[in-house]
Design a protein around this ligand. Structure first.
Ligand SMILES: [Zn+2]
Length: 48
């Protein structure tokens, strides 16, 4: 309970593999967060 370091938000975040932008967890990714690597469909398609 005391090991959270400045992480006020419990939502995970990740950097898009294509545009390198940080993206925040979205509800629609709840079931497939482990597979989400791109912030958008556009990035996903432009990155083979
Ligand atoms: Zn992106």
């Amino acid at each position: 309970m005391s090991d959270f370091k400045g992480n006020k938000q419990s939502l995970p975040s990740r950097v898009c593999m294509h545009c390198q932008r940080p993206m925040t967890w979205r509800k629609k990714w709840a079931k497939c967060w482990d597979e989400v690597k791109y912030c958008s469909e556009r990035c996903r398609r432009s990155h083979r």
